[in-house]
Write a new protein. Structure first.
Length: 73
């Protein structure tokens, strides 16, 4: 698994915390499940391809930043 950072609204965070408390699942697991659900419902759409591209770019940028930090130490 790879780590990425996302920005959520205050309302999204509140709802996510409430759902986490209700279900007993960690927020990360709820987010993964929501993304899986979204992707399965939009498998063949162009918005799906754009989302995948954006996620891939975010992961690559995060990995590049981590590598640059490690190299400068």
């Amino acid at each position: 698994m790879k780590r990425i950072s996302v920005h959520l609204t205050d309302n999204q965070i509140t709802e996510l915390k409430d759902l986490s408390s209700t279900t007993g699942l960690k927020a990360a697991e709820l987010i993964r499940r929501a993304i899986d659900d979204y992707l399965s419902r939009n498998k063949d759409s162009s918005s799906h391809k754009k989302l995948l591209k954006n996620l891939e770019e975010a992961v690559n940028a995060d990995n590049d930043e981590s590598q640059n930090t490690a190299e400068s130490e």
